[in-house]
Structure formats: C-alpha cells, structure tokens
Design a protein around this ligand. Structure first.
Ligand code: NAD
Length: 476
C-alpha cells in the first residue's frame, strides 16, 4: 500500500505548501506504507483563517442541524468501518478486533454528542426589579485547536471533534504524524456528511511548531490535548500565557488492587484484558498490580498463565493476541524499565526480552516483587508490562495507590462492600473500577485528577468544556 495523506484546509485536501512529507511506517514489519504532508507556517495560517470563517458559519447553525449532521456522520463512519479498521492496523499495529472496536466506538461518540447537542440549556434568574429580565446563555467557546496522539488515532480525536461540533465550535485537529491514515479517512467522511468548509481543518507536521503557532493565534479560543503529562504541562503553560481554556487528558499509572477476599479468577481475567489491550498503550491500562499477601503467589501465577497466552504478531493475523508496539521508542522504553526493575531486585516471571527481527514487538511481561523505587513503579509504562508487588493492610495499599502524581484510572477487586466503599472514596482517581473494567464509553465521564489533567471527555459534562457562559441583564 502507498497512503498519501494530505492536509485538509478550508474544505480542500492539499499537499503542504512547501511540498514536505514525512514517512508512515507499519510497526509490524517496519516497512514504509506511505507519507503524510508536513504543514508549513503558511498552511497553518490558512487553517486559522479557515477556522475563523468556519466558526462564524457553524455557530449560526441550529442545535437540530448539528445533531442531524452528527447522526449522519456516525452512519457514514459505520458504513466505512472495516476500511478504517484495516488502516489502523497498518499504521498503529493493533489487532483488527481492537481496531474494529475503536471505529465502532467512534460512531457511538458521534451519536452521543448528536444527542447532547440538543441539550444545551440556559436559565432565567429572578430579577431584583420588575423592569429587569436576567438570562444565562451558553455559547460555543470559539475555534478549538486539538492535538491527538497515536495510541487510538480515531478515538482520541473523535471525542474532541464531536464535542466541539455539537457545541457549535470549529476545530483544527493536529493528528499524530505516525498514525495519520485512518484519522484522515474519518475526517473525509465528516466532510462527506456535509460539514461546511472551515468547520474542521486537519494538519500534520512538527508537533511543537504547530502547537506553538496555533495556541499563540488570537483565532484559537480553546486547546484540547491528549498525550503525556510533560507535553500537557507545556501546552497548558502556553495556553495560560494567552488566557485560553484547556482540556487535558494526560498520562496515568493505574493501581490495580486485588484484595484477599476478591474473586481472583475474575480479577485476573479482567485485568489481563485491560492490561494487554492495544499492547498496554492506553492511559487507563492497569500498571501497578498490588496484591494482598495471602493471595499474592497465586495471583502472579494466574496472571503469568494468561500473559503467556498473548502471542504477538501482525494485527491482521487471526492467531495474534497482541500486536506490535506503535513505535521503536516504546520498545526501548519497555526494555529499559524491565532492566532497571531487575537490577533493583524484581523477579522476571515472563517476557522481558526484546525479540530479534523486524517489527516493534515486545512480549507480554510480568514482573514480581517490584520494589517501590523501580522506575516501572514511578513512570507510566505505556506498554505490555504488568508489575506486581504485595501489600498487607488497606492503609498501606491506599498510600501506595495515591503515592504518584497521577490520578486517571484505578481498579479494586474485593467482595467486601465496606472495603469497596473505602477504596471508592479514598482513591485519588478520575475513574475507579470496582470489580469492573467497564470505562471509556461515551455516556461515562472520562478524565483525570492531579497530573492526569482536567476536564471530562465523556458523559453529560463533556459539552460544557466547549461552551462559555454569558449573563444577560435586560431592562424591559
Ligand atoms: P511525547 O510525549 O513526545 O508525545 C506524546 C504525544 O504528544 C504525541 O502524540 C506527540 O505527537 C504529541 N506531542 C509531543 N510534543 C508536542 C507538542 N509540543 N505539541 C503538541 N503535541 C505534542 O512522547 P511519545 O513517545 O509519543 O509518547 C510517550 C508518552 O506519551 C507515553 O509514555 C505516554 O505516557 C504518553 N501518551 C499518552 C497518551 C494518552 O492517551 N494519554 C497517548 C500517547 C502518549
């Protein structure tokens, strides 16, 4: 295959102004599968001008029109789902089944926001004088700049795009240069569904140059980013200097607490699914496995059996249970984390060795007896490593769960209602699974606390981050 991914600027697909391109690589075999246009500053200025006029038009559309558009887009995405799923496997490496879930999830997000678009309510406040009328109105915040990563190329983008469009905002999306193919097809379907020129612009290029240029522009009124905490803090600081609103969906380091009264087979089965989905490259992936001493050895052994069933391979092969990592940086990061943990006294239970040959593969890895000072217990692994340590008391494990600066997802497995209540209220985390991993669906809030960011990308709250409040005091 030979994908040629252009920029979408003001309704036209075009090459970069100075004809620069970047290669796109298939992580399963390291072959070049196409190229993506690298935007120049002049291209970005065109996108900004387009986004300004797109906003002027789109904000005048009615909520019913925006809702109808989003429904139509969802149907088109469903119709072309398989094509985009295969693209995701080619460029990102995930298994085809995971790619299908990602694309069907994107349709659901569009449908959710089609409904939410119709539920933007204002209010009337009782006046202090009979000649006054007082209204609270909600309006679209303005043109949005969104920066989306490579782990879920469509799904991380659709949450921002659908919310912005539902609210009446225009949006400039900077997708990941490493995974631009399926996202470009997805955006093309939005334009096919009838989105006017300028309401969405899609650019790729040098991330730092693009974010700096867009955030500094007076056209842009809101920044939304998904990615690492380090970059999120940088963009938040840039946005703060320009007094612009931000939504930040950043990293995590999810504790998975297994208590001695848990249904162990269920806990291990669900946590393995959540750990190795997308080869562990998910911000809600469980990463610190904290197991109560009485069931520790049994838990590690059960998890090892499951981890060893995750055969790696090309995501298009039926026999594959885990695809490659998305880029060579992640493979190097996995090996460095494992080597560091072993040097500090952890025990390698399975995996832990970078295979020879083509492709960015890394095996499902289990580390036991990981000391608290190991890097893997302090840096988000963002890959297929399950690091285990034991605990004795609930106080101890809560302290460990809350020790790190992040707070995105946390998992607790216990059969005690009392313990469930305690963990639910005391874990510092935006998302908590109690005997459950069901999170990330469009109707559920999605966002972190502490260094994991702020604002929610799902549920009934999500639209408010794309709206501003206007108070009107009117004499009559
Ligand atoms: P990175 O931190 O350089 O990049 C993370 C993402 O941010 C990428 O999509 C990148 O294109 C983008 N980015 C980087 N600098 C930027 C800038 N100045 N302006 C705008 N966008 C910018 O590193 P990486 O190797 O791509 O990923 C490593 C880490 O990022 C992972 O370990 C993980 O912690 C985090 N990450 C998190 C998510 C998530 O879903 N929250 C997704 C991808 C990566």
């Amino acid at each position: 295959m030979n994908y040629q991914i252009q920029l979408l600027i003001d309704g036209q697909w075009r090459d970069a102004g100075d004809a620069q391109w970047l290669d796109i690589v298939n992580p399963a075999d390291e072959g070049v599968i196409g190229k993506v246009a690298k935007a120049s500053m002049a291209d970005l200025d065109d996108a900004l001008a387009s986004s300004r006029s797109g906003f002027t038009a789109w904000r005048k559309s009615s909520a019913m029109e925006r809702s109808a558009f989003l429904r139509k887009a969802a149907a088109l995405v469903r119709k072309h789902a398989e094509e985009m799923a295969v693209m995701l496997v080619h460029e990102q490496g995930k298994r085809l089944v995971e790619a299908r879930v990602e694309v069907s999830g994107a349709s659901e997000v569009l449908e959710w926001f089609a409904e939410e678009a119709r539920r933007v309510y204002g209010s009337v406040i009782a006046p202090r004088s009979p000649e006054l009328r007082q209204y609270v109105l909600h309006e679209p915040v303005g043109p949005v700049a969104a920066f989306t990563p490579w782990n879920f190329p469509i799904n991380q983008a659709v949450r921002k795009i659908a919310a912005a469009l539902a609210a009446g905002c225009s949006i400039i999306v900077k997708g990941s240069e490493e995974t631009p193919v399926a996202l470009a097809r997805f955006v093309a379907l939005l334009t096919e569904a009838g989105l006017p020129a300028g309401v969405i612009n899609l650019v790729f290029g040098v991330p730092a140059e693009i974010s700096q240029h867009l955030i500094a522009s007076p056209v842009i009124r809101k920044i939304s980013f998904t990615g690492s905490t380090a970059v999120g803090k940088l963009l938040s600081a840039q946005a703060g200097a320009e007094m612009k609103r931000v939504s930040m969906e950043l990293g995590g380091h999810a504790p998975a607490i297994i208590c001695d009264d848990a249904d162990l087979p269920r806990a291990v089965k669900l946590l393995a699914v959540q750990k190795f989905w997308n080869a562990g490259q998910a911000c809600i992936s469980p990463s610190r496995f904290l197991v109560q001493s009485a069931i520790y050895d049994e838990s590690v052994a059960a998890f090892q059996r499951l981890a060893e069933s995750y055969a790696t391979g090309n995501g298009l092969e039926k026999s594959t249970r885990m695809g490659p990592l998305a880029n060579p940086r992640r493979v190097a990061a996995m090996q460095a984390l494992v080597d560091d943990a072993l040097a500090k006294g952890a025990r390698l239970v399975t995996g832990g060795v970078t295979p020879h040959g083509k492709g960015y593969f890394y095996p499902a890895t289990v580390l036991a007896d990981v000391p608290r000072d190991a890097r893997v217990f302090n840096e988000e692994p963002f890959g297929p490593i399950a690091a285990f340590a034991r605990f004795d008391t609930d106080e101890q494990v809560l302290e460990e769960a809350n020790r790190l600066p992040w707070g995105l997802a946390a998992y607790v497995f216990t059969s005690s209602a009392l313990r469930a209540e305690t963990f639910k209220s005391q874990v510092e985390s935006g998302l908590v699974g109690i005997n459950s991993i069901a999170m990330g669906f469009p109707e559920q809030p999605f966002g972190g606390v502490k260094d994991s960011g702020y604002a929610s990308e799902g549920g009934a709250d999500a639209l408010e981050f794309y709206l501003s409040t206007k108070f009107v005091s009117q004499a009559c």
